[in-house]
Design a protein around this ligand. Structure first.
Ligand code: GDP
Length: 591
């Protein structure tokens, strides 16, 4: 029997999705067993297990499956930031560095402001603060550093460069809105980074706040709140009234006590540039977060292909300081150019050494620009395995529905191999989006799309970052390809190459059926011998050979971008206005 891991509770609709049955089918079964439920009713685990059994699944409780625990992440440290080689005796405690993540408008900026207020209110340094991309506050006589640029772009940009500043992620979820797509994304990012997640259940002051619902949504995403017996701390906060902010800070300190972030202050500084800009009259400025060692005025620094001698150090209260130790963000002047945020900086012994390293990197960067980065592809994997190279295959999986996602995930995880471990970095429902591609780039994953298509931004991102995105519509082909790649047997296959796209603007009926798609070619070209996919709301609703391609009353062989045409398919006559048609030709894939 197929195994299905289930959380403590799900609604009827959600369970139906996971069981790949329709809602009414499941309701009918439940009614037959004396459970009167509508689609949105929550079911307990035992009821779900019985229903699952009826539909051919063996239900497993999520709590009993530690493999699915959030601690899946791994910390990839940049060699310069790897403290494992430091003498433990030289390490001292440093303030934790906290990043705030979450869906847009859930209150990240407001929370960061409210937290910042707690310090300003205490009247320190005349209460004048300066936005430098990060700030430190004091709580119970201890310091906490917050990264003041919320959002995932900054987080992924840093991680893409190997930077790793965050010790703790605060996931902001608005109590009235609940878990949204970017919340899911944030969870994945934090997991990939391997940092502990603390949830701020924000906007708790709102009348329509529904914390219970959010707690349940979190449970479903393997972030089981402590009050539900799980291990995820959740604090109810309001950036507006200030409720819960103190508790949030206390919890951060508590987690920090467990994580025990440390550094060696008695060394030349190494850290990450978290913000940078060019200020008139002051030249290039960069906010540096020192992660190990101490940064001082007069130090020779290099960050990426930029170098300089530290002229001034300014903290987040606008005060000039002579030095900055671990976890202290400071504005640095004296650099020769603007640094890219996310770049790692280090202090070099001499100006000459700093300059040489910067120039050497600049030269390499130019060279790399000429040849786009190549990340892992299934074909590479086969080659590398043959050479005894790769050990872990990371996958970002997307599918059109929960049911198929679970099924696919189950099948992938069943693949066993003594040499290669398969890790699913993320598995979510929906189209392949830009953030999926970014996540894949950061975690060196291959993206598997099942019955879904990429959006335009995702395609561009995949191309730019060299991420292998593969689409399938049959599960065994996914597992087959992976298995072949693992065994080093992957061979060139025939792939569909996109020719062009058209939008259905008007539908014409033939014998009462919506058989002719009056379309406008928006991209590329459409040829008579193409295979056409019909997409509706990003999902594939049909795929088939073209029967006719017409312009006005003439059959034509090809229609180019910017022109209108009539398209009919061999086995499909249910077009709708707004459908997107993608024309493909089949070609042999080059290895
Ligand atoms: P961000 O996009 O996550 O940074 O969200 P913002 O901090 O910009 O907040 C979005 C909106 O929600 C703003 O209008 C805020 O005033 C409001 N907001 C943020 N936090 C709270 C809260 O705790 N309670 C209430 N009532 N409104 C909030």
């Amino acid at each position: 029997m197929k195994k299905l891991t289930l959380p403590a509770t799900l609604t009827v609709k959600e369970l139906a999705d996971r069981l790949s049955v329709s809602g009414p089918q499941l309701i009918k079964y439940l009614m037959g067993n004396g459970v009167m439920a509508n689609l949105n009713q929550a079911l307990d685990f035992d009821t779900m297990a019985l229903a699952a059994d009826n539909f051919g699944f063996e239900a497993e409780s999520e709590d009993a499956a530690p493999a699915a625990a959030p601690a899946e992440g791994r910390r990839v440290r940049h060699p310069l930031l790897d403290l494992s080689k430091e003498d433990p005796a030289s390490l001292v405690a440093r303030p934790p560095v906290v990043t705030v993540l979450g869906h847009v408008d859930h209150g990240k900026t407001s929370l960061l402001d409210a937290i910042r207020q707690t310090k300003v209110a205490s009247g320190e340094a005349g209460g004048i603060t300066q936005r430098i991309g990060a700030y430190q506050i004091e709580k119970n006589g201890r310091l906490i550093t917050f990264i003041d640029t919320p959002g995932h772009a900054a987080f992924t940009a840093m991680r893409a460069r190997g930077a790793d500043v965050t010790d703790i992620a605060v996931l902001v979820v608005a109590a009235d809105d609940g878990v949204m797509p970017q919340t899911e994304e944030a969870i994945q990012h934090a997991r990939t980074a391997g940092v502990p997640i603390l949830v701020a259940l924000n906007k708790i002051d709102r009348d329509n706040a529904n914390p219970e619902r959010v707690l349940q949504q979190l449970s479903e995403r393997e972030l089981v709140p402590e009050e539900y017996g799980g291990s995820t701390p959740v604090v109810r906060t309001s950036a507006r009234t200030g409720q819960g902010i103190d508790d949030l800070l206390d919890l951060i300190l508590l987690i920090s006590d467990i994580e025990e972030p440390k550094a060696n202050p008695n060394k030349p500084a190494v850290g990450t540039v978290i913000d940078a800009n060019l200020e008139r009259g002051r030249g290039p400025m960069a906010t540096a977060l020192v992660q190990n060692g101490t940064l001082r005025i007069g130090d020779n620094v290099v960050a990426g292909s930029v170098f300089g001698k530290v002229r001034a150090l300014i903290d987040d209260t606008g005060k000039r300081v002579k030095e900055a130790g671990p976890s202290l963000p400071v504005l640095v002047t004296g650099l020769t150019d603007v640094v890219v945020a996310g770049e790692i900086f280090q202090v070099m012994e001499t100006e000459r050494a700093a300059r040489n390293l910067a120039e050497q990197r600049g030269f390499q960067a130019e060279k790399q620009k000429a040849q786009p980065v190549r990340r892992i592809t299934l074909a590479d994997l086969a080659n590398q395995v043959a050479e005894g190279g790769i050990k872990t295959l990371n996958l970002v999986v997307k599918a059109e529905a929960n049911g198929s996602l679970e099924a696919l995930r189950g099948q992938i995880l069943k693949i066993e191999d003594p040499t290669v471990r398969i890790k699913i970095v993320s598995a979510t429902v929906g189209e392949v989006g830009e953030s999926d591609v970014n996540l894949a780039a950061v975690s060196d994953s291959i993206v598997i799309g099942f019955n879904v298509r990429p959006d335009v931004a995702a395609r561009a991102a995949a191309e730019a970052q060299g991420v292998d995105v593969r689409y399938y519509d049959v599960i065994y082909q996914v597992t087959d390809d992976i298995q072949k790649a693992i065994k080093g047997l992957y061979e060139p296959t025939f792939v569909e190459v996109l020719q062009g796209r058209a939008e259905v603007r008007k539908v014409f009926t033939v014998d009462g059926r919506a058989a002719i798609a009056g379309s406008y070619v928006t991209e590329g070209r459409i040829t008579r011998n193409a295979i056409v996919r019909v997409l509706r709301d990003g999902k594939e609703v049909a795929k088939g050979r073209m029967a006719q391609l017409r312009r006005f009353r003439d059959d034509v062989r090809e229609v180019a971008q910017g022109y209108e045409c009539g398209i009919t398919l061999e086995d499909f006559s249910e077009f709708q206005e707004g459908d997107i048609l993608e024309a493909y030709v089949v070609e042999q894939q080059n290895l």
